[in-house]
Design a protein around this ligand. Sequence first.
Ligand code: A3P
Ligand code: MG
Ligand code: MG
Length: 379
Amino acid sequence: DSDRQTRRRAAVETVPVRDHSLAYPSILASAKPVPFQQPLPLLTFSYTPDRLLEFTDSALRYYVEPPKRAELRYGYERWVRRPEEKGRLDGLLKAVSKVRTRMDAGGSDGGAWLRDVGVISWRGVMTKILTAPYEQRDGWEMNVMEVNGTLYLEEHLSDARLAEKNDIVPHHRLQSYYGYSFESWSTSSKSGPRETVEGHLPGWGGDVDTNVQWCSVVKTKLGDTRIVIGGEVDCVRGTFTGKTDTFVELKTSLAIRGPQDEAKFEKKLLKFYFQSFLLGVPEIVVGFRTPSGQLTTLQSFKTIEIPRLVRGKPGAWDPLICLDWGYRFLSFLKSVIHPRYDDTAILVGKGNTEEANTKARVWRVKFVQGSGVSVSPLD
Ligand code: A3P
Ligand code: MG
Ligand code: MG
């Protein structure tokens, strides 16, 4: 049946490349449902145009319907582009420390709660991990730090790879701008009907500055592992309730002209899905565009309904495979990095604060598409 076919498509047999390696997903023929807890928001914060992190909602944007046939090229020359960075965890750690302070002030033992967290990472890293079973194009690397039983995951970009990302060809740069431009056409700094931004085309939400971001930090659980995830939220619909229920993710994609385009889009939906799912974002608004950047149609997706939309289709994928893989991946990391705790099944924070493991160690994880992951210590 089609379920089994989807699983088979994700299955790649491989020989482990190193001692500490996890091949995937010969195991996945028997993917077991791993529970994923509905993400609960801990706090939100903003990056200012000067790229300062502040604990306000100054960068929060509200969804508005973009004008029909909006030109996504508009404002390209005025784009203030944040250079590609190394994906460091600093901002997220600042936010987690703020959460701790607030919890302590509120009388609850936030410190204890946070000691039980197994993983802290940006959403982009978690998306890469979970979508790995279906990744056929790009490999990735990450650094893992372990402190008192908590794994801190950050993307690793070599200097060469970073330079490459900052030196993209103009054509790709423009395409990437279309995505940000769509955000401007589709959002306003105030809730309610769009106000005209002085000196611009009607409907324009203001020139793009990619330094500015509104972020949400959530807590969730994959299997028995508590996870804290931070990531950007494009806008909210109506009002910000303090919960994730009005969050909206914005995306652009080429207009679909045939079955091939459709299959390609369905493959892309895997990333759209997990990116939003991980932060508890319930709605994704996709702006379809022409190759030269004119908006054609809009389509809103309910995040939780996406897996059912692709089931049995040519570009099909199964989120259960991803969650099962993600859980195995995290368990594998823990077993390699902290074998002492592996057999006791007490993985984190239980009375081990005074032990030798207060010193951070760094590990490098390498994912090779179609093959698996390997882990080695950096020092
Ligand atoms: P699209 O979302 O329309 O693709 P996000 O979707 O995560 O909110 O990111 C906003 C935009 O940033 C994207 O618009 C895309 O243009 C750009 N972007 C995000 N990730 C990218 C990547 N890995 N390479 C190039 N551009 C990227
Ligand atoms: Mg975004
Ligand atoms: Mg987006």
